[in-house]
Design a protein around this ligand. Structure first.
Ligand code: CTP
Length: 396
């Protein structure tokens, strides 16, 4: 059984920690709650005791006097430390090395991953002192969740809201499960994700429906399995773990340059992106004004990044994707040969449960020896692990 210590500090979002704890309990996780004095002003320890079904520690000096061992014992037992909400004051104390109550003392003694879920007023969140404290903690390996945006308790709009309990639980589980399978330790994995965009003029561009979800899932899982990961990403609305080196690009040419800069570094390259195959022959410096006539734009070919990589493959493992609307296997096999790939992940993007915006995918993996494995509908995270399992067969 996994043990999570939940540190609760005092803020308007304190009550939401109850929901997070209840959800974690349902995952079979044993929860130990430590509350700050201020947290007890917002919600009583009894509520946390009832939800967590464990004794709640709030006062370092209270009876029974078990604290001498307790804070060390708890920090030893914990698989993760989750602080929710993490106020500016608490983060400031942790960053400054202050340990003046049960919560800060136990955090300081903790060797397990510490997850901070900040919640505060936008101006406090944006305050450079707070940001510096967060950066300091991130740099030494603390996991800091991004707060959500919206209407805050004080009536202001902006960043600083506690994220949804469901998202907090997802984040915490990911950190908890990280490190269970470290079969990519020492491997360098380059992943591309998302669409690229090609400018027509300063206000217009063309792009495609790629959401980046598949590539991000691969990057995240490779990282979880111990790899050093570089993620070259087109413009998408996704975030990734702090430990992943993410390079944001716009056009196919930008993606090519970022990929080539890491070509010799990588042991494995997985090209899940959907780079635009064409770009406008000329990009207008000023906005194209509309006229009565129809508008014709000439497009010229973009480089095929994967084909460039295939020319120089060496011992690298090269994995491509094939997004098709028909003749999936036939086209995928052609791409393996043309681009010199080890294997390709093919899908019919018109199928329900597969393709761009979906959280699931239905794929076939076809390798250079002609083996074809077909999979039922799976989450993109599951598909990511299937792809990485296959990569492992080549690296052993
Ligand atoms: N790819 C690439 N550079 C491009 C286009 C595609 O590296 N300019 C990569 C994709 O990342 C993917 C694979 O090539 O891994 C196949 O992409 P896909 O769009 O399915 O096929 P194309 O090769 O572009 O061929 P077509 O558009 O004719 O299907």
């Amino acid at each position: 059984m996994k043990h999570v210590v939940v540190g609760v500090s005092g803020g308007i979002a304190t009550y939401k920690a109850l929901d997070v704890i209840s959800r974690l309990k349902k995952q079979g996780i044993n929860i130990h709650v430590i509350m700050t004095k201020n947290a007890c002003e917002f919600v009583t320890p009894l509520s946390f005791q009832t939800i967590s079904q464990n004794y709640v520690i709030s006062d370092m000096w209270a009876e029974p006097k078990t604290w001498e061992v307790e804070h060390i014992e708890l920090s030893k037992k914990a698989d993760a430390f989750l602080i929710i909400p993490a106020t500016a004051n608490l983060i400031g104390k942790i960053a400054a090395g202050i340990a003046d109550d049960m919560l800060t003392t136990t955090v300081m003694a903790a060797k397990c991953p510490v997850i901070l879920v900040p919640s505060m007023n936008t101006n406090m969140y944006e305050n450079p002192i707070f940001q510096e404290n967060m950066q300091k903690l991130k740099a030494i390996g603390y996991h800091c969740m991004e707060p959500a945006e919206g209407r805050l308790a004080c009536g202001d709009y902006g960043k600083g809201k506690l994220p949804d309990p469901e998202d907090i639980v997802g984040y915490a589980l990911e950190v908890l499960n990280r490190g269970t399978k470290k079969d990519f330790d020492g491997k360098k994995v380059l992943v591309t994700a998302g669409p690229t965009i090609e400018a027509i003029d300063p206000v217009r561009f063309i792009t495609n429906h790629s959401s980046g979800k598949m590539g991000y899932a691969i990057a995240e899982e490779a990282y979880n399995r111990g790899a050093e990961v570089v993620l070259v990403s087109g413009p998408v609305h996704l975030s990734c773990s702090d430990g992943i080196k993410r390079i944001d690009i716009q056009s196919t040419q930008d993606m090519l340059e970022a990929v080539l800069a890491h070509e010799s570094w990588a042991d494995v390259i997985i090209k899940a992106a959907a780079p635009a195959d064409y770009r406008p022959a000329a990009v207008s410096d000023s906005k194209i004004k509309k006229g009565e006539e129809s508008l014709e734009i000439k497009f010229i070919r973009n480089p095929d990044i994967l084909m460039e990589l295939g020319k120089n493959k060496g011992k690298k493992i090269l994995v491509g994707f094939a997004a098709e609307t028909q003749n999936v296997v036939e086209y995928a096999k052609e791409k393996i040969v043309k681009k010199n790939l080890d294997f390709i992940v093919a899908n019919n993007v018109t199928e329900t449960g597969a393709g761009f915006k979906s959280d699931t995918n239905i794929v076939k993996i076809i390798d250079s020896q002609g083996n074809i494995t077909e999979y039922d509908m799976k989450t993109k995270k599951e598909v990511a692990n299937i792809i990485l399992d296959k990569v492992r067969l080549y690296t052993e």
